[in-house]
Design a binder for this molecule. Structure first.
Ligand SMILES: [Zn+2]
Length: 119
């Protein structure tokens, strides 16, 4: 990525300095620590003028986290990943799906016989 990268970088450096200086290191920031119910601590840096949200999704476990370490938000009852996995498992072991498929095939065959479906 050396050649093309350099060309792109060169043009950006030419146009860049002003923009970079504007939002550069001098921009004041505030650091906010969020706590989730799994006792993960997440430090998020916000611009000072930004509105700091009351809750933040924990990047480690995905649970909601709040600034109050003594009282983190409760874990929601539905955990997306688990639910999805259970859903997949259910579908795999689902015998009904097979029946529905067989039924569909039979209907199709009948339709083909009567000329409704041609292929
Ligand atoms: Zn967490």
């Amino acid at each position: 990525m050396a050649g093309g990268g350099n060309a792109i970088r060169g043009s950006r450096v030419g146009a860049g300095p002003m923009g970079e200086a504007e939002r550069g290191e001098a921009a004041p920031r505030q650091s906010v620590t969020y706590f989730c119910s799994n006792e993960h601590r997440t430090l998020i840096a916000f611009a000072v003028e930004a509105t700091v949200p009351d809750t933040w999704d924990c990047p480690r476990c995905g649970l909601p986290a709040s600034m109050d370490s003594d009282n983190p938000p409760p874990a929601p009852k539905i955990e997306p990943y688990k639910t999805h996995l259970a859903y997949v498992k259910e579908r795999r072991s689902d015998a009904e799906a097979k029946d529905i498929l067989n039924e569909a095939i039979q209907t199709l065959r009948q339709r083909r016989k009567s000329g409704e479906v041609i292929f």
